[in-house]
Design a protein. Structure first.
Length: 369
């Protein structure tokens, strides 16, 4: 192939879409350093900062999602969609990609729609066990559909589906620390059972409430806790904790080294986002999942149930978590047999080297042209 490699990657809106997109780009670059990669995102969304920070160029479209609550506002949404399609067409004509990759999110809808109309082969990557609206619409135009869960033929044509898994953060897999060293790095007892509570970078109100309302359980247990509150809730939690000294509770707004945090923990309490679940699968980490109710099509509950149905995770509904979560976690972390069962079952679901596998599929589409 003498032609210069030119690839468009489109999508974003949330970290769950952006991280896989950048991982796929990095995997393509590692195999083909000469490749030119252009991202297309949505103006004002986090990809417009995250992608340049990762070293890639990005163009923004003025696209917005439909407002289901106020239908009149959708007149401006339709105008922005029309404008975005025209802009996408111009970007594609100027860049001349040989293949397009979509990872979900509004921008990928406009970009891959126009690419497919212009005869450019498209690959989409669906992170969740319940396909997003954009990917469902694009699937009829895509040559390949990379997925992370079984049973995705409910949404997509079976002959185009490839089970690849989701790309994950490498530092999560590669931490050199032992369990004891990891606990020491958080200022904790190196030999004591440890529970990690994470609600994403902004935090999860429900998980935070579960701790605040049961500080007596935390203090009275023979377990230590690493509690990532999230930046949004951190100050109000510190205010509530004033005058309370609980030595087995380590409170942090954000954890930069998640590899160390996972290694320190015998059990994790987490939302059920696709990227987090893929990490638990690859490292074989026992987890209690508390799906966020504030996501499209309730996809986090569906992600969680894919694990629960294989005895690979425990599950607590968001509405029940403040009352039951802490008690369940303390009981579970003390049950070595249960921890081993969860660890073995979740690890069986992990798929290795996902970004590299997807990058290879992207290259095959170019070679087929």
């Amino acid at each position: 192939m003498n032609e210069e490699l030119r690839i468009i990657i489109s999508g974003g809106g949330t970290g769950g879409h952006i991280f896989p997109a950048v991982s796929i780009a990095n995997a393509i670059k590692a195999k083909h350093p000469e490749a030119k990669i252009l991202f297309v995102g949505a103006e004002g969304r986090m990809e417009m900062q995250r992608v340049p920070a990762a070293g890639y160029d990005i163009k923004g479209l003025p696209i917005k999602g439909f407002n289901r609550a106020n239908l009149l506002k959708n007149v401006s949404v339709l105008m922005k969609l029309w404008k975005s399609l025209r802009m996408a067409r111009t970007i594609i004509k100027d860049f001349k990609p040989q293949v397009a990759v979509g990872v979900g999110g509004y921008a990928s809808g406009a970009t891959l729609y126009e690419c497919s109309r212009m005869g450019i082969p498209c690959l989409i990557q669906e992170q969740n066990s319940y396909a997003g609206v954009t990917n469902k619409l694009l699937s009829k135009r895509a040559k390949k559909i990379c997925v992370a869960y079984e049973g995705m033929e409910r949404f997509f044509s079976a002959d185009r589906i490839i089970m690849t898994g989701n790309p994950v953060r490498q530092n999560v897999l590669d931490t050199p620390l032992t369990e004891e060293e990891a606990r020491k790095s958080f200022g904790l007892n190196p030999t004591k059972k440890t529970i990690l509570l994470v609600g994403g970078s902004l935090g999860a109100r429900t998980i935070n409430r579960a701790v605040l309302e049961h500080l007596n359980l935390v203090e009275g247990s023979n377990v230590q806790f690493i509690w990532q509150t999230g930046k949004y809730y951190h100050q109000s939690i510190l205010d509530e904790m004033k005058g309370k000294n609980i030595p087995n509770l380590k409170i942090m707004d954000f954890i930069s080294d998640m590899g160390a945090a996972y290694k320190a923990a015998n059990l994790v309490i987490s939302r059920a986002g696709a990227s987090s679940i893929s990490e638990f699968q690859l490292i074989g980490k026992p987890v209690i999942l508390v799906p966020s109710p504030n996501v499209a099509e309730d996809h986090q509950t569906k992600n969680a149930m894919a694990l629960v149905n294989k005895n690979a995770a425990l599950f607590v509904k968001d509405i029940e978590a403040p009352d039951t979560l802490l008690e369940m976690a303390i009981r579970t972390v003390s049950d070595n047999e249960k921890l081993n069962e969860l660890s073995e079952n979740v690890k069986k679901m992990g798929l290795q080297n996902s970004a590299e596998v997807i990058a290879d599929e992207v290259m095959k589409l170019i070679n087929k042209k």
